[in-house]
Design a protein around this ligand. Sequence first.
Ligand SMILES: NC(=O)c1ccc[n+]([C@@H]2O[C@H](COP(=O)([O-])OP(=O)(O)OC[C@H]3O[C@@H](n4cnc5c(N)ncnc54)[C@H](OP(=O)(O)O)[C@@H]3O)[C@@H](O)[C@H]2O)c1
Length: 289
Amino acid sequence: MKILVTGGTGKVGAQVVKELQHRKADIRMLVRKEGPMPEGVEVAIGDLLDPVSVQKALHGVDKLYLLNAVVPDELTQGLIAYDLARNLKLKHIVYHSVFRVDHFKDVPHFAAKLAIENALREFDVPFTIVRPNYFSQNDATLKDALTKAGIYPMPLGPVGISAVDIRDIAEAAAIALTSDGHFGKTYNLNGPDVLSGPKMASIWSRLLGKEIRYSGDDMDVFEEQMRKRAPSWSAFDIRMMFQGYLDRGFVAEAGDIETLTQLLGHPPRRYEDFAAETAVVWQERAVAV
Ligand SMILES: NC(=O)c1ccc[n+]([C@@H]2O[C@H](COP(=O)([O-])OP(=O)(O)OC[C@H]3O[C@@H](n4cnc5c(N)ncnc54)[C@H](OP(=O)(O)O)[C@@H]3O)[C@@H](O)[C@H]2O)c1
């Protein structure tokens, strides 16, 4: 039973490969460039925008883990892989989507995922969809904002989100790929705590031993800041996503945590534990410099 993994050099995909290795799965990764790869994993060089390379990568595999990066042509990349997998009559596709995708039709990277989910549901390849909340690990990039500027800068608002740890996303995907009973299922992947902007600031204040201020929900300011470190189309897309969090909510739905706990065989990891691990790493690095 061979599984093709896309996005395997990225944050979630690399964890999915680890979890599949842990379960002794036969893995092939679709990667854009040669480079050091996990031991025992077969590699197919290709690009999700190049159907010829994707077809070659899919040849001889039974299952596909499909993760697309947030790019302007995400829908095209996703459908190329899906259509080819369908032509080749793969036995199962696990698709990495996003939480509440059907409530965020105005957010470009959500709309792409909703269209790909619709294709999965329309045709006859057995599929499982995983829909993760905001990744806890996104906040590993906030070191300077937190430790130097003393602000928590993500506009999560007064209600907040249920951030999920990418190790739980990877475990859920690997379980769906390697065990029975997941065809046609859609799993919402959420962490156990509701995390508002002020709550995040209080968690980091405690961990860093100094006052961290929540920077607030001014989306114009947020988008302008985002444009300094991302292309403007991406800053706009992310702004729309956070606006959607504020307007429509991004908190786990009834039964989500119980379903995920049952799927994983343990409760989902807490944001506060990820944040504590991260604060220790930052402190150790500061001592080593
Ligand atoms: N961040 C969040 O809070 C969140 C929450 C829910 C869902 N999501 C979804 O999660 C996904 C991102 O996951 P991630 O953070 O693990 O991604 P990531 O770290 O940005 O990695 C993206 C992966 O996609 C590969 N890739 C990009 N363009 C490609 C192409 N044209 N052909 C083949 N491979 C390509 C990259 O390969 P290279 O190494 O060659 O660049 C890399 O392996 C997105 O779909 C996002 O919407 C994110």
